[in-house]
Design a protein. Sequence first.
Length: 276
Amino acid sequence: MDLTKLTSGEFDRFRTFIYGETGIRLADGKITLLSNRIRRRLRELDIESFEEYYNLLTQKKLEGELEHFIDAVTTNETHFFRTGGHFDWFIDSFLPTIRTEASEKKRDKSLRIWSAACSSGEELYTLAICVDESRHQFAGWKISLLGSDISETMISAARKGVFPNRSLDQTTDERRSRYFAQLQNDAGWSIRSRLIDMCEFKRHNLLDPMPNEPFDCIFIRNVFIYFDKKSKEVAVQNLIQALAPGGFLVVGPADGIYDLLGDLNKKTIFLYQKPY
């Protein structure tokens, strides 16, 4: 099968479809990247042309293919303790404040955390490690740790809890030995089962409201660089709605959503709090 690059017309049709399904707007310069990723699907499915694949995809004549397509065209790159200052705040400020509020009867002993667009789960498991390191201080608490992503493949990978060596580049040796087991032949690391048991993962599109109970803290980092303004507005409003009063939103430095956060109070360049 000799497949050339997408034509400009085919590229426009595919990226319009991607935008409608995910809110991600592909720039003009992504035509080669998109061509390469779609070409893999054509070869796996033995489809002869981009046009044929587009028609089958948009007419939903390939069962389950939409999820495979989204997996193929979305970017998934992350690692444990990425941007360590965010987790320093979580350990040194957020968790102690939550405990103090509970001891003063200002809140019940429950904690709800959401890692939105969590990819293969490194961010949520990092948060689980942070909570576990204070587990004795949270004895008797009801703790919920949720990770979501639009990619079912990433969610499945997150649930397995197996990671390549590069994912742990910023993880200390002490944490590696305590929370991970090395695979044979230096093939990567598996996270301890108790952390897997602490975490829940589900497929979710940021353009849709999150139906769960409000969260005390939401991590959403380095995701909105792929969204246009309209999609950002919808997704950000869904995030704000999902925050409990007094809850915190942790964002990435390149997300460009600061003018969309409405009444949220800016604490630092990466941290915003919803009014009580």
